[in-house]
Every structure is written in C-alpha cells, then in structure tokens.
Design a protein around this ligand. Structure first.
Ligand code: ADP
Ligand code: MG
Length: 280
C-alpha cells in the first residue's frame, strides 16, 4: 500500500566538504529549519566533534546527554541521543568533543564504516511510520572515518561550496570520495547538489568561480545561491538558526528557497518499483 514502510523511510542527506569554513554547519542548521518550517519532520545528526550544529541550535555542551559518539561506539541507540529543539519538527542528535576520539577507537571495530548506517537502520525499525521524513548529517571538515560513516549511511550528498580560488580542486576531491564510496561501500549514493555559499555578487572572483562550477556540473548546482550575510553569522551566537533570528534577511530567504529546490529534486527522483502504489 501507499503507507508501506518503504515509502515512509526518511531520505538521508549528508552535508559534506572536506574544507572547513565553507558553510556546512550553517547549511545543515538552516536547511533543516527550512524543511521543518514547511512541515517536514527532520532529524539533524551532528557528526562534527566541534559540535557547532548542536550549539547553533541552542543545545549547549553542558546539556548534551547521549551524543553521536555514544551511538557510533555502540553504547547507545540513536533514539537515546535524539533531543527536541525549539523548532517544531526539528530534532537533533548532538555531538560532543569525545567524537574526535572515535576516529582512532573505531579503526579496528567491526563494520567501522557502517556504524552510523546500522544505527539509523535500527532506529528506522523502531519507527511505526513516517515520523521522520529527512535526516541531515553535518559532517566534519575532513574525509575521515566520520565522513565515510555519513556517506555510507546517506542516500545523497549536498556539497556546500564557497566560491574562492581553490574551490574546483576541493570539489573534485569530494566528488572522488563520493565515487569511491559508491564503488566500495554504498552503491546507491548520489549527489543531491552543490550549493554556492557566502556568495558575493560584487566580487569578480566569486562570479568567475560560479561560472566555472556551473559549466562543470550543470544542473547539479542549485539555482539558489546563499549570499554572504552578516545576520547568518550572528545567529549561532544566539543559539538560533538564522531563520529564527531574522527570517527576513537575504540569507534566511535563500535557505528557504534552497529547501524548496531540495524537495523538488527529491520529488523528481525516479522511485524504485516497490514503492509504487498497488493500483499501478
Ligand atoms: P563549516 O561547517 O563548513 O566549517 P560554517 O557553516 O561553520 O562552515 O561557516 C563558517 C563561518 O562562516 C561561520 O562563522 C559562519 O557563521 C559563517 N558563515 C556561513 N555562511 C555564511 C553566510 N552566508 N554569510 C555570512 N557568514 C556565513
Ligand atoms: Mg561545521
């Protein structure tokens, strides 16, 4: 039937780029919030030991109980880590600094690439249907075991890209990693899209890089670009997504637009046969 578990399983999107400071966490927070604002049920998984997504959503380090480290290490189920946020429809699995140690601790662990995938699958089995429609994963700034765990668990990747001099080199590196993951670990992983962040129309280099990236990746680059906007950078210190801090600012509006593009791409995706309603 239309309510089969297959059709209600969440879409899992990793927000990844091995470069730091390109807008991964900002995108994870604000895209999650924008998706929740249009009625999606969203879980944001913080997989960066810096825990910026957790702090940015108002979950202070002191108030974090079970974290994603405890989930990867196998001590707790994902369910135990999930906390409510102030945003209706948005839940968070926070990260703690101990996550930095997971890299080394997992090196010899069983199914070390699939710790997160296994935890998400187990979590899905406990859900009676459709509680979560999107899972977003905020990745650390590296192509480490943590990022591999995110890619192994994901249906698709969103790559935030800052339009600066070495942007294309950085982009080919993450694209190669996705390719490697596809051949060895997760054959169904796709690129959802590349989002240009901290964009400045008055800057010639920005415009040149944008042109190059669009020429290379065509419609894999979202039409929406995220402008450089001081309101976006102020929001985290208030423990709020930009959308709550200043809904009208150009950055917030851009993230709302991005969410609608992401949803459009998900809806346009060809469905596996088993998900078709029985009448077909
Ligand atoms: P990453 O997670 O890739 O390391 P962040 O999302 O933490 O990157 O962003 C790096 C810094 O840039 C942060 O201080 C953030 O507030 C700021 N920033 C991100 N996006 C924007 C934007 N559109 N306009 C202005 N500042 C931004
Ligand atoms: Mg980050």
């Amino acid at each position: 039937t239309e309510n089969s578990p297959a059709s209600s399983s969440p879409r899992i999107l990793a927000i990844a780029n091995q470069k730091g400071g390109v807008g991964k966490t900002t995108t994870a927070i604000n895209l999650s919030t924008a998706l929740a604002a249009v009625g999606e049920k969203v879980l944001l998984i913080d997989l960066d030991p810096q825990g910026n997504a957790s702090t940015g959503l108002g979950v202070s380090a002191a108030s974090r109980g079970v974290t994603t480290y405890d989930v990867l290490s196998g001590d707790y189920r994902l369910e135990a880590a999930i906390a409510e946020t102030d945003i209706p429809g948005l839940r968070l699995a926070p990260a703690g600094v101990d996550l930095a140690g997971a890299e080394i601790e997992l090196i010899e662990a069983e199914r070390r690439h699939f710790r997160l995938a296994d935890a998400i699958e187990e979590y899905g089995e406990t859900q009676t249907g459709g509680e979560i429609s999107y899972i977003l994963i905020d990745c650390p700034p590296s192509l480490s075991l943590l990022t591999i765990n995110a890619l192994a668990a994901s249906d698709a990747v969103i790559i935030p890209l800052q339009c600066e001099f070495f942007a294309l080199e950085g982009l080919s590196q993450i694209m190669r990693t996705i390719e490697t993951v596809r051949t060895r670990i997760n054959p169904s992983i796709e690129l959802q899209g590349v989002v240009l962040t901290m964009h400045d129309r008055r800057n010639n280099l920005t415009n040149q890089v944008e042109e190059d990236v669009r020429e290379h990746l065509k419609d894999k680059v979202y039409r929406t670009v995220i402008p450089r906007n001081v309101r976006i950078s102020e929001a985290p210190s208030h423990g709020k997504p930009a959308l709550l801090y200043d809904l009208k600012c150009p950055g917030s509006q851009a993230y709302i637009q991005l969410a609608s593009e992401v949803i459009q791409r998900e809806r346009a995706r060809p469905r596996p046969k088993r998900e078709l309603p029985i009448e077909y």
